[in-house]
Design a protein around this ligand. Structure first.
Ligand SMILES: [Zn+2]
Length: 433
């Protein structure tokens, strides 16, 4: 079954190598891939679209990549606020999470996916509990995701059971028409020990896959690591083989020069989560130094309990203005650079390089349309600046993932939004009070 979608009158932010913004174009999608981008009417000959989308008064751009989140944590949205990370995580989050059933996680994840699609995210990296439920939700919702599985048993921080990683990998890696990739979860060096770090690295190498981990989020994490291992988290990750495979490293807020060298030399992908780092009072990562060193930096929201939303439009805005202000330098984190962090760099970090992150012929069709017929987006003047500085998540009008329309005119096509909200409210009543 061939499915062809034609987008006409399209002003396209391509996010290609030369950052082209193309005006008044035709964009053809065939069998999940971008088939052509052309201004000439002749290009349509023989295309015979099943569906035509008029992009007048809209911006067409690649879907955003939320490179670090815990989508099921939507259940804990606004639950424990104004606390430091350790108090927040160990004494508030973990006790609630212990009460969550697999089914609760399924509904919480669907709510997170609904929120992400509605604000323009088409791919995300997720780390959470009961990941078989997360895979099910991703499969059904039609979104793209990098999912990770811990080799430790749920609810038992020390017992290792790497068989579950192999089973999960076999079941889901490259599943859902290639929309799902499976990595190994290494939550952090504080929840793992030297043995389980080494085992995790071995499992990832055996499966020829990557690792998703939190790295040096707080000063306390770094101090505790020195006490526990005699090394910083980055150093012990290097020592135990964690950094020998593709790595999604969330936060990296407190890096010494040596840590930064390790991350650069090992090709570790750093995920910047500015809102979560600010809200938990963790600090501000040295993103500009990392970018100058050539480290791949992508952008993430982190979970809804420390943000408290999964809105990548907001994350781009904050990432851009935060570093300008802190360094008193408006030239830092320019709009095209920040948009690249939220698209191409995210695709690279999550193992989808060359497949998504830009609008180019032959790429998979993960595309969003922004409704610009709004006072706060009038006039456009500069399309990329409009997206990074003026647009809101709620301006996202239509979302296409893997060539399938999953949202049209603000309405989700693959998720029963009302039912999902009802189910999560019930879970919150049960677990968060
Ligand atoms: Zn996190």
């Amino acid at each position: 079954l061939t499915v062809k979608i034609l987008i006409k009158n399209a002003d396209i932010i391509t996010c290609n190598a030369s950052n082209d913004v193309i005006k008044n174009d035709f964009l053809g999608i065939k069998d999940g891939y971008i088939d052509f981008i052309d201004t000439r009417e002749e290009a349509l000959k023989g295309f015979d679209a099943d569906k035509i989308i008029d992009a007048r008064n809209k911006l067409v751009m690649p879907g955003l990549v939320n490179a670090h989140t815990h989508s099921g944590m939507t259940i804990l949205r606004n639950f424990a606020n104004d606390l430091a990370l350790e108090e927040w995580l160990f004494n508030n989050v973990f006790p609630v999470e212990a009460k969550l059933t697999p089914e609760d996680i399924y509904w919480g994840t669907l709510l997170g996916i609904a929120e992400m699609i509605k604000s323009g995210t088409t791919t995300f990296a997720d780390m959470y509990l009961h990941m078989e439920q997360v895979a099910k939700a991703v499969f059904e919702a039609g979104i793209r995701a990098n999912l990770c599985r811990s080799p430790l048993k749920d609810g038992d921080g020390s017992v290792e059971d790497s068989i579950r990683c192999f089973d999960y990998f076999r079941e889901w890696n490259n599943g859902a028409n290639g929309r799902i990739k499976v990595y190994i979860e290494v939550h952090s060096v504080y929840l793992f020990d030297e043995d389980t770090l080494r085992t995790s690295a071995k499992v990832a190498k055996e499966l020829n896959t990557g690792i998703h981990i939190h790295v040096q989020e707080t000063v306390k994490e770094c101090e505790d690591s020195i006490k526990k291992y005699g090394m910083s988290p980055a150093e012990i990750c290097c020592e135990t083989g964690i950094f020998d495979v593709p790595v999604i490293a969330a936060h990296c807020v407190h890096l010494s020069e040596r840590d930064m060298d390790i991350i650069k030399n090992k090709g570790v992908n750093v995920i910047h989560n500015p809102t979560s780092n600010l809200k938990l009072g963790s600090g501000i990562a040295k993103i500009n130094e990392m970018l100058d060193l050539g480290i791949n930096v992508a952008l993430g929201t982190d979970g809804a309990a420390s943000n408290n939303n999964l809105n990548m439009m907001e994350e781009m805005h904050i990432a851009s203005i935060l570093h300008k202000g802190v360094h008193r330098n408006p030239l830092l984190m320019d709009a095209p650079g920040v948009l690249k962090m939220a698209t191409l760099n995210g695709a690279k970090a999550l193992g989808f390089e060359g497949e998504i992150g830009a609008i180019e012929k032959g790429m998979k069709a993960d595309i969003i349309l922004i409704d610009t017929d709004k006072p706060h987006l009038c006039p456009i003047n500069d399309a990329v600046a409009a997206v990074v500085y003026s647009a809101q998540g709620s301006d996202v009008d239509t979302v296409i993932i893997d060539g399938v329309v999953v949202m049209e005119k603000g309405e989700l096509k693959t998720i029963d939004e009302e039912k999902v909200k009802f189910m999560v409210r019930e879970t919150a009543k049960k677990c968060c009070s």
